[in-house]
Design a protein around this ligand. Structure first.
Ligand code: SAH
Ligand code: SF4
Ligand code: F3S
Length: 444
């Protein structure tokens, strides 16, 4: 057999890109590539890009520029750009950067093996079509390119694309219309992951709770899929992300109270606490509607940890609008949050509108982040003295240390030879750090 070629993939953006990078590695595994952790000895480099915020394309071009010396040292090195910038820029990337052999949009990864073969012959190619469900054509989890064992946690994309068209967002353009994968394919993939050592699966979708995959007996909701997944032996934990408030159905809320394997954590972005801004963002819900939803979730599962996303400085946002966001945050009490300054994205409706004063946006972001950080820290520190169930994932930085995640997704470390990767253990939390908790294993 010929010596394996080495593949280096650099992944930017959301978890869906992380999942896609694994699928690309598997697809190219069939063409004789094995993954490597460094670009220096790679035969192929793929940049799996994100277009969500400003200067995304510029960053990709400068990253490509940095690969020049590697290409000079190894003329056989093949370079590809994948993901949402590839989808948005297409041909332009090949035109601007002679180093690039392949441009492959986020829905076209099943074309990679043939693109690779063309690249070997010195032909450059661009594929950015939206024609079909790429996962139907990508190799399954048991393919030649798939590793035999896996880390204890895995992502599994069940839904792609978005039909919501929030006024600021590029996703409906880069990922296309909403598509759900058939339920039986998802279940099969989940069973394969579990057979390879996975204990926790996070179901992914840009709008994962809008899932409506074809399944036995008709369309399945996300709640139905979760209930079925909970029956898979050896699978211990189920999570899902990202959800839209308007798709948070009664059966999904009920599942949070009833399905033991469904973890008490929900990422439910609201973006703003001002009804005026929510309307301008085309979010199609109010702040009050969101707050009622959180109440119902907490009634179903009292310890659920809520996480969110916020945008400050959206066009037209006044001080009063921003204060409404601060009020909403105080009412919800978030355990985890991501907040961003609005970034105008070409081609989206909001990009046409006049922006707010950048200094005001900076100041708002700082105030919001200070509040969110304080809430996060408070919720994390309140775990000190409690007992948590931790799924151990990997060795920690200190000798003999293992780190894992609690049900609320807090990082927890212990120093104990009984802590085994892939196992869930009870841990008494003894102290809190900036981004993690420390504890001791509870006997028995
Ligand atoms: N589907 C998810 C979000 C995907 S994008 C949802 O509906 O919540 C992840 C986050 O990036 C968004 O929640 C939003 O907070 C942020 N984001 C998206 N577009 C942005 C823009 N143009 N400027 C700043 N932040 C943005
Ligand atoms: Fe973007 Fe809105 Fe769709 Fe989320 S729901 S991906 S923010 S358009
Ligand atoms: Fe970025 Fe595309 Fe995900 S734009 S956030 S990589 S869907």
């Amino acid at each position: 057999m010929a010596e394996a070629r080495k593949l280096y993939i650099k992944t930017y953006g959301c978890q869906m890109n992380v999942y896609d990078s694994e699928r690309m590695a598997e697809a190219l595994g069939g063409a004789g590539y094995v993954p490597t952790d460094t670009p220096d000895d790679a035969d192929m480099i793929l940049l799996n890009t994100c277009h969500i915020r400003e200067k995304a394309a510029e960053k990709v071009y400068s990253e490509l520029g940095r690969l020049k010396p590697l290409k000079a040292a190894n003329p056989d090195l093949r370079i590809g750009v994948a993901g949402c910038v590839a989808q948005a820029e297409g041909e332009e990337i090949i035109r601007r950067q002679p180093l690039v052999d392949m441009v492959v949009g986020s829905q076209s990864y099943h074309h990679l093996p043939e693109m690779e073969a063309r690249a070997r012959r010195g032909e450059r190619s661009v594929v950015t079509e939206f024609d079909e469900d790429k996962f139907d054509h990508l190799p399954g989890a048991r393919s030649a390119g798939a590793p035999a064992t896996r880390a204890p946690t895995a992502f599994l994309t069940v839904q792609e694309g978005c039909d919501k068209f929030c006024a600021f967002c590029v996703v409906p353009y880069t990922r296309g219309a909403e598509v759900s994968r058939p339920a039986e394919r998802v279940l099969r993939e989940a069973r394969d992951l579990v057979a390879r050592g996975v204990r926790e699966i996070t179901l992914l979708g840009q709008n994962v709770n809008a899932y409506h995959g074809e399944g036995p007996g008709g369309e399945w909701s996300l709640a139905r899929l979760i209930r079925e997944l909970a029956g898979v032996d050896g699978l211990e934990r189920i999570r899902f992300t990202t959800s839209h408030p308007n798709d948070m159905t009664d059966d999904l809320i009920a599942a949070h109270g009833e399905v033991e394997k469904l973890m008490p954590y929900l990422h439910l972005p609201v973006q703003s606490g001002s009804d005026r801004i929510l309307k301008a963002m085309n979010r199609k819900h109010t702040a009050e509607g969101y707050l009622r939803l959180i109440e119902r979730l907490r009634a179903a599962r009292p310890d659920i940890l809520i996480s969110g996303d916020f945008i400050v400085g959206f066009p037209g946002e006044t001080d009063e609008d921003f204060e409404a966001t601060m009020d909403l945050v105080r009412q919800v009490r978030y355990g985890q949050c991501y907040s961003f300054k609005y970034s105008a994205r070409p081609g989206t409706p909001a990009a046409e509108r006049e922006g707010v004063d950048p200094a005001a946006a900076d100041e708002r972001l700082q105030r919001l982040q200070a509040l969110l950080n304080a809430q996060q820290r408070e919720i994390q520190d309140a775990k000190v003295g409690t007992e948590q169930r931790v799924l151990f994932e990997k060795p920690g930085r200190e000798p003999g240390q293992m780190v894992g995640k609690s049900e609320h997704l807090h990082a927890v470390h212990v120093t104990d030879s009984r802590a085994r990767r892939g196992e869930i253990a009870r841990v008494r939390i003894t102290h809190g750090g900036r981004n993690s908790l420390g504890g001791e294993m509870v006997a028995g």
